[in-house]
Design a protein around this ligand. Structure first.
Ligand SMILES: NC(=O)C1=CN([C@@H]2O[C@H](COP(=O)(O)OP(=O)(O)OC[C@H]3O[C@@H](n4cnc5c(N)ncnc54)[C@H](O)[C@@H]3O)[C@@H](O)[C@H]2O)C=CC1
Ligand SMILES: O=C(O)C(=O)COP(=O)(O)O
Length: 528
């Protein structure tokens, strides 16, 4: 069945065409983003949801999204998606981190000129029939200092444009490396210095706990008198009430805002001030940017839904379309090894150690670890999946340790999973053979060679003569057919294990009889 995608925001038609061309069913309902009740009603029918900033993907919406596998944001900011809730439900959230950055940087530059020359105000006055040549005295930008808060993709483009305008560009961004600053021709400074020196401040950070109110009343007061402030990033980065007061007092000469603490901003404390210029979240609104992000999000979502390829996910490592088929058998192996350990573990797991040896260590092991954890937790938490597993494990206080190394043993690739609880540690290892089938090759240091099957018995016993015969006839008498039988032991007469594939579930009374056989220590029914 073809996957189904809902577009609930105003995306370029290009997205619809891409989905159709790729064989994905698509419903274009740009009205739904603003109608959360209707969205909740229909979301259960879709595997994918393509959005911009108008659709709020809340835990309530996600609760109804029983089929949803991927949310694609045609744009950059994903603050309208509850990422932890999506992750907990195993939904990949992806964005298009570059498609609209030039356009948004250009909007910030446009806003800077609008402020410097009061273009919107002069336009309104001129078209109102006034000829107020003396009212609109501007400032020249050449040689002025442009202070950029957040010098990432967009901030860097603004910096380059600022330098092109012969401005002195300084930037505050704790994650901006000195090398990158040098390459951009930007002077990296602390926030206080930026505030003290900048004639124009432009914000280009995401909204986080750290950046919220980065231009607080206090910081606005520290800014240079006559400063102009531009926000084309996110509402909430600037204390709007404090900014209004600073505009009223004349400390701030002008402000240009594209984003607001509440959107859509039908009212705002900044509105109506003569030195304020506002646009309704238009940063990304050009034909070019909208085409870029729509095409990209549709391609990315189709790649995931049709081929398991993941790019630009904010809650999962990237997997290319070439990697996905190579990774698939190892994902199955990791998940089954996890499941094996999970089905044998009844107590609280403290630590999970996963070691990747040989060729597999070169693959995207983060994805494999997530699969192993999903397999491990599934016996207790039915709806955990590869995306949600790491966050669920974290919530339960399970420490995950991951190691990669060169091949040391007989296998090209070996994955070893160790589960540590208070009173025991259990290891299980497996590989993928040339046929692409995962195999279990080591349990607790005992070598075995078994595939995974829907119904299996795992028996541990003392290595004493007679066990196999008694065990096989007991199952035979109970009408349980043995399909495959794998044995291993640490040394003659020592600890032995049997992994037995049977043709159907084994009744509890038969399991009881197996565990009562002489020398049997443990018997467990496993399902894969
Ligand atoms: N107005 C609009 O329509 C649009 C707005 N945006 C918004 O623009 C913002 C920036 O986007 P990008 O440049 O693509 O993001 P980015 O992730 O490339 O850059 C953000 C930069 O902020 C820096 N940063 C993080 N925490 C910081 C802190 N505490 N102080 C200073 N710097 C900090 C990061 O190191 C990074 O360099 C985002 O919030 C995005 O949602 C993006 C596109 C359109
Ligand atoms: O990409 C972003 O972060 C934006 O803010 C653009 O928002 P929009 O897609 O225009 O609603």
């Amino acid at each position: 069945m073809a996957p189904r995608v809902l577009i609930s925001d105003k995306l370029s038609d290009a997205a619809v065409q891409i989905f159709k061309d790729r064989g994905v069913e698509v419903d274009f309902r740009p009205d739904l983003g603003k109608d959360k009740d209707k969205l909740a009603e229909v979301i259960g029918d879709y595997d994918g949801l393509a959005i911009r900033s108008a659709t709020k993907v809340t835990p309530k919406i996600l609760e109804k999204a029983s089929r949803l596998k991927v949310i694609g944001r045609a744009g950059i900011g994903v603050d309208n998606v509850d990422i932890p809730a999506a992750t907990a439900r195993g939904v990949i959230v992806m964005n298009t981190p570059f498609g609209n950055s030039i356009t948004t940087a250009e909007h910030a530059i446009a806003m800077m000129f609008a402020l410097a020359r009061q273009i919107p105000q002069a336009d309104a006055s001129t078209q109102a029939g006034k000829w107020e040549k003396n009212r609109f005295m501007g400032v020249e930008l050449t040689a002025k200092t442009l202070g950029i808060i957040g010098c990432g993709n967009i901030g860097s483009i603004v910096a380059e444009r600022g330098i092109g305008l012969k401005m002195k560009v300084i930037a505050f961004d704790p994650f901006l490396s000195p090398e990158r600053a040098l390459a951009l021709g930007v002077e990296k400074v602390e926030l206080d210095e930026l505030l003290a020196r900048a004639d124009v401040i432009t914000l280009h950070t995401p909204l986080t706990e750290k950046t919220k109110n980065v231009l607080s009343a206090e910081n606005i007061a520290r800014a240079k008198p006559g400063v102009r402030i531009i926000n084309c990033a996110r509402g909430g980065l600037v204390d709007e009430v404090a900014l209004r007061a600073a505009l009223d007092s004349g400390h701030v000469a002008g402000a240009a805002f594209d984003v607001f603490s509440v959107e859509p901003a039908e009212t705002n404390v900044l509105f109506g001030h003569p030195n304020v210029v506002c646009t309704p979240h238009l940063g990304a609104a050009t034909t070019e940017a909208q085409e870029n992000v729509a095409l990209q999000v549709a391609e990315q979502m189709s790649d995931y839904l049709l081929a398991g390829a993941i790019s630009n996910a904010v809650n999962f490592p990237s997997i290319t379309a070439e990697e996905a088929p190579r990774l698939k058998p190892f994902i199955a192996l990791a998940e089954k090894l996890g499941s094996f350990a999970g089905q044998l573990t009844d107590t609280d797991i403290k630590t999970v150690r996963i070691t990747y040896e040989g060729a597999v260590a070169e693959q995207k092991v983060k994805a494999l670890t997530s699969a192993a954890i999903a397999g491990l937790l599934r016996p207790v938490l039915a709806d955990v999946n590869v995306v949600s597993a790491p966050s669920v494990a974290k919530e339960r206080g399970i420490v995950i340790e991951e190691t990669t190394r060169d091949a040391v043993g007989d296998y090209d690739s070996l994955v070893t999973l160790s589960v540590v609880a208070d009173d025991f540690e259990r290891h299980v290892a497996g590989t993928v053979f040339a046929d692409g089938q995962p195999r279990i090759v080591d349990i607790k240091g005992i070598k075995v060679d078994a595939g995974f099957a829907p119904n299996m018995l795992y028996v541990t016993n003392e290595d004493k003569p007679g066990f196999i015969g008694r065990f096989a006839s007991l199952l035979g008498d109970a009408g349980v057919n043995i399909a495959t039988f794998a044995l291993g032991r640490d040394h003659p007469g020592g600890d032995a294990i049997a992994l037995v594939e049977v043709d159907g579930p084994v009744p509890a009374d038969v399991l009881g009889k197996v565990s009562a056989l002489p020398h049997v220590r443990q018997v467990k029914q496993l399902r894969f």
